[in-house]
Design a protein. Structure first.
Length: 257
């Protein structure tokens, strides 16, 4: 675990605690990712917004725990973990698998009468656009190569066999959760949805990004950046600005523009 970790609990990591912050944003990582991916985003947020990142089981300091390979189950667990942190207006931000997870968590929050101000979905097609991918069934080396092609992980890490073996269970478990996920019937969200995509990201077509609109009755927008699947790593300040604008443009309750 990086020394940047400050406080939180088993599930929720707070890299820069700010009790005076008026709002919060919950970050949900990609498949194979960890809470620390969002450390730079948390530090870049303005003082009025506190960033919290979710740490899934099966990685880093939770690597001895079993991975959760069912996204609906993971959503229930993440929802429960976030309940103690809902004492101020909040947004939900998920990248790749985290976007699908964020949608499911937002559904549960709205059903409980605790809607987010906005849902940010980054680098992921709409839940209604199921591809039936089976990357999770690949042999270990092919699975690692699929991750390398997305260029979201430092290539030097793949040269260390011990590290490769350490990340494989979480990677396979997350890919299983992401690729077998199918949305269940239910009402669209009341919260606005902001879609963020990379222009060169073959994981999300423009039509698949636009299809998120059918999952909300509120405001909707798509913003496309130059870059591939992990475009956001080079766009930290722009992403933070999007989050800040959402809190300004959408009401603190109900999330309706």
């Amino acid at each position: 675990m990086t020394g940047a970790y400050v406080q939180g609990d088993q599930w929720v990591r707070v890299f820069r605690p700010n009790e005076s912050a008026e709002r919060r944003v919950f970050f949900l990582p990609h498949a194979g990712g960890s809470a620390t991916y969002f450390h730079p985003f948390s530090l870049a947020l303005p003082p009025s917004i506190e960033g919290l990142a979710v740490q899934y089981p099966g990685r880093q300091d939770r690597r001895t725990e079993a991975c959760v390979n069912d996204l609906h189950v993971l959503a229930e667990m993440a929802y429960d973990a976030l309940l103690p942190w809902l004492d101020r207006p909040f947004a939900v931000f998920g990248h790749s698998m985290g976007a699908s997870l964020g949608f499911e968590v937002a559904r549960r929050l709205e059903a409980a009468g605790r809607p987010p101000v906005a849902l940010f979905v980054s680098g992921r097609r709409a839940p209604s656009r199921f591809r039936g991918e089976q990357t999770y069934r690949l042999a270990d080396r092919e699975l690692i190569r699929s991750l390398q092609r997305l260029q979201g992980t430092d290539a030097r890490l793949f040269e260390d066999e011990e590290i490769v073996q350490m990340i494989l269970p979480a990677l396979r478990g997350d890919y299983t959760a992401a690729e077998t996920y199918q949305v269940r019937p239910g009402p669209p969200l009341q919260a606005p949805i902001v879609v963020l995509t990379g222009r060169q990201d073959d994981q999300v077509t423009p039509e698949e990004a636009q299809a998120w609109q059918q999952h909300t009755t509120s405001a909707f927008r798509v913003r496309t950046f130059e870059g591939g699947h992990f475009f956001l790593a080079e766009r930290v300040l722009a992403i933070v600005d999007e989050i800040s604008q959402a809190f300004e443009n959408f009401p603190d309750t109900g999330g309706v523009a």
